[in-house]
Write a protein that binds this ligand. Structure first.
Ligand code: K1U
Ligand code: ZN
Length: 173
């Protein structure tokens, strides 16, 4: 297994729309294992293939504290969403240090296939519902700050530029 490098916003590759998975082979199994290891190590509760520069419709999620319920969603599609919305403070491994509140449907049902290509549905609420929607956004080439006002996005971009500059200065010593 391997720890993969995670693309950081504003990397243009995060804006790529992912293509459906068509081959269910050992290479796909290896990518899932590497993505899971990368997510657990980060640490995070989800990771989309887009974030590791693989533009296929694959996400891994584990919202348990024990880190013992890995969900692998291939070609995921939200087939129903609740009218009711919930506000959640989101973070993103591609935007380290940035957190903000996003409104999303509080419950969703997602259809996906597993590593064998077998279809399943998953009813999601709480953090799982937030995470599924956040990860599917990545597959569409979106990040969570796209849901925020232009003013908030501008402030976040300025903050990221400052953080990167400080990192660069630190590295230079
Ligand atoms: O897609 C990602 O970048 C992963 C992201 C998923 C997510 C978290 C919270 C709300 C929506 C989506 C993360 O995992 S960020 C890290 C994080 O929130 C976390 C890390 C460890 C334990 C619990 C949460
Ligand atoms: Zn993210």
């Amino acid at each position: 297994m391997a720890i993969l490098s995670i693309l950081k916003y504003p990397d243009a590759r995060l804006g790529t729309k992912a293509k459906p998975v068509t081959e269910f082979n050992d290479e796909l199994k290896q990518l899932v294992a590497d993505m899971a290891e990368t997510m657990y190590k980060a640490p995070g509760v989800g990771l989309a293939a887009t974030q590791v520069d693989r533009h296929i419709r694959l996400v891994v999620i584990d919202v348990t504290e024990e880190k013992n319920d890995l969900k692998v969603l291939i070609n995921p599609e939200i087939i129903s969403s609740s009218e009711e919305k919930k506000t959640w403070e989101e973070g993103c491994l591609s935007l380290p240090g940035i957190y903000d509140k996003v409104d999303r449907p509080s419950e969703v049902v997602v259809k996906a296939v597993d590593l064998e290509g077998k279809e399943f549905t998953l009813a999601c609420d709480g953090l799982l519902a937030v995470c599924v929607q956040h990860e599917i956004d990545h597959l569409e080439g979106h990040v969570f700050i796209d849901h925020l006002s232009r003013l908030k996005q501008d402030r976040i971009c300025k903050k990221i530029k400052k953080m990167r500059l400080a990192e660069k200065k630190n590295q230079e010593g």
